[in-house]
Design a protein around this ligand. Sequence first.
Ligand code: ARG
Length: 459
Amino acid sequence: ASHDLWGGRYAEGPSAIMREINASIGFDRKMWRQDISGSLAHAAMLKHVGIISAEDEASIRQGLADIAEEIDSGRFVFSDALEDIHMNIEARLTERIGEAGKRLHTARSRNDQVALDVRLWTRDAIDGLDRQIADVMRALVARAAEHAGTVMPGFTHLQPAQPTTFGHHLLAYVEMLSRDRGRLADCRKRLNESPLGSAALCGTGFPIDRHMTAAALGFDGPMRNSLDAVASRDFAAEFLFACAMCVTHLSRLAEEVVIWTNPYFGFVKLSDAFTTGSSIMPQKRNPDAAELVRGKTGRVFGALVGMLTVLKGLALTYGKDMQEDKEGIFDSAETLALCLAATGGMIRDMQPQPERMQVAAGAGFSTATDLADWLVRELKFPFRDAHHVTGRLVAMAEAAGVDLAGLSLAQMQQVEPRISQGVFDVLTVDASVRSRTSFGGTAPANVARMAAEWQEKLG
Ligand code: ARG
């Protein structure tokens, strides 16, 4: 025949180029376990409702187990001519068990089959990523607990703003990553409905039991509309967004690691294990892992935009365009997994430099807000007026080449005569961080409590 699977209607085979553009086996072979799980559930159901015999189901089950073994051990021969993982496995099954293999595709199409496989693959990926994110969170929390009281500069606009602590800073990322887990969990919940049994697009006249296959595959139930089931990939776009958001958080942290390790900052040293040298400059110690985490965001964003673009003009139901969903999903899941592993490693290994951070925290008049707050508290200034007076004191200190605490009381009193000696108590970075006890604030006691809470939650 001109073609093993649809030779009935065809006189000639496809051109080489047709084969090349059509084949997805080069990447969708990753879904072989999912494809076999789906076929096992489908065959068990076909037997249960009396569409195939018990003997056929038994030999399908044995045949698929043998094929799993072949693939796992690298002996399976994948064929481009058979396009994709679904047809590769089905063809091999028939080769191995004959007639019964040809009955497996009853009441099923590759359209519901592929929708099923991608959902199952994505669900597994979500479970793996969730564990990895939790692991990075644990690493951050451990460092945060050590450094709950390590003062560092807090920035806005990357300019000195107010003193904070290194622990508080790290816990900010823990919160972000926790929301990333939440997004993946939401995505998992929404994708956890089975498309299997929707067949090509309209369902089937065979008395199949979609609830049975859905339950067997760990879904909450079957999808309610067969057209939607084969046409929709919003779960894929949602997954890619969750990946894109998470890798964005890792990228922001990576950018900070790059800044912190710059010797002008010197807040953190990375281990040998997570830096590289230069082939020409012997002194070099480059934060490549962090740079790559930052750099790899691009491909994940690309996959998200790619997926949305594939879907936006696609009339219902299935279009071959949708074959383009998989590489982006696979690559994004694997890229995020690698970025999480690298981030966890860097965080565990890094050596914070508290003395450097402490000195930097006091630079740039970072306790100016504390001074303004003092005027409000002690002299009952309206905050706007306090801001103005403090601004004049900053200008005075800057002109004198000192920090705020370097002004004498007499100098301060030239700007505001009611200022008293007590003001100097609020001008140190330690007093500043200690004072910020509002819920979610930077005070070391707060940070230590939050770190303990996270430790408890993450186990
Ligand atoms: N390889 C295809 C994909 O990834 C499987 C579905 C093909 N369906 C079809 N009617 N040609 O989407």
